[in-house]
Design a protein around this ligand. Structure first.
Ligand SMILES: [Zn+2]
Length: 284
């Protein structure tokens, strides 16, 4: 599971120790990370030491000191696009670094992306429009005019692996996915439990009722600010005809555990849910 176990978080106004090792996370356009290309499609983070000069930094960029990964200070900031291009480099959309960077680094980059974007949209108070400033010892912005305090938005979304209690699971397909199929997903609404969301979304998207809703695990998904929460659920009437919500999906059907189509990438929570379920079926 993606985790930041090797990562010790820091919050404003903490600063890294001068001269200590650093990972640099320059984001082009607040979106694409400049990395160091490696062998066989891999990549690594830019690294060096904590110093005044940040590679590819936009003029006046103030780095966010995120904390330390394995004791290395992590600094995220906006990159200067021209400087990146002049060095014959480019940024990579963070989601394309999934499986390219080692897992802990990928998770760190997601955290950085979330905070970089939040920094840009939280310069003014959502309540009165006044300027905000860092709230000490937290990722939060406090309004200098009215005192309102705003935190980064995290939007919970559920992933549900719907199965028939036997060897079949339900997969769905969306336009633009090519040959890839995945499990159902949906955003948690205000006032709703995650389990309630699993039941509602499954009914809305394919017309099935579910029971035996069991939590599996979670994964941050900072595009822009989701937290994916995975469940398995059993369809109460798997032989009922599916009614696919065509505004969301262009297909949904049952697959046998040993005849699965192309699936999402190995690091995604959807895939972890599917692999764990298949493993459980094989052991029966
Ligand atoms: Zn305000």
């Amino acid at each position: 599971m993606n985790s930041l176990e090797r990562f010790v978080r820091a919050y404003p106004p903490a600063a890294p120790q001068a001269g200590s090792a650093a990972y640099y996370l320059p984001f082009v356009d607040g979106r694409d990370l400049v990395t160091v290309p490696g062998e066989a499609g891999s990549a690594s983070l830019l690294s060096g030491v904590v110093a005044n000069a940040l590679p590819f930094a936009e003029a006046g960029a103030v780095p966010l000191y995120l904390g330390d990964l394995d004791g290395v200070a992590c600094l995220a900031y906006r990159a200067d696009e021209t400087a990146v291009a002049e060095a014959d480099r480019s940024g990579t959309p963070v989601r394309n670094l999934f499986g390219v960077l080692p897992e802990a680094e990928y998770t760190l980059v997601g955290y950085a992306l979330h905070l970089i974007n939040w920094g840009e949209i939280s310069r003014f108070c959502p309540k009165c429009g006044g300027a905000t400033e860092d709230t000490p010892n937290a990722w939060a912005k406090t309004c200098t005019a009215c005192g309102y305090c705003a935190y980064p938005v995290v939007s919970p979304a559920v992933l549900m692996l719907v199965h028939d209690g036997g060897r079949r699971l339900l997969l769905s397909h969306k336009a633009g996915w090519g040959d890839r199929w995945s499990i159902l997903a949906g955003f948690v609404e205000p006032g709703e439990t995650m389990e309630g969301c699993v039941a509602r979304e499954t009914q809305e998207e394919v017309g099935l009722r579910v029971t035996d809703i069991v939590y599996h695990g979670s994964q941050p998904w900072p595009y822009p600010h989701q937290l994916m929460i995975g469940f398995t659920a059993r369809a109460t009437d798997p032989d009922m005809r599916l009614t696919v919500d065509e505004s969301e999906l262009d297909g949904a059907k049952w697959f046998d555990a040993d005849a699965l189509p192309q699936l999402p990438g190995k690091l995604s929570l959807s895939r972890q849910l599917i692999d764990a379920w298949v493993d459980g079926v094989e052991r029966k």
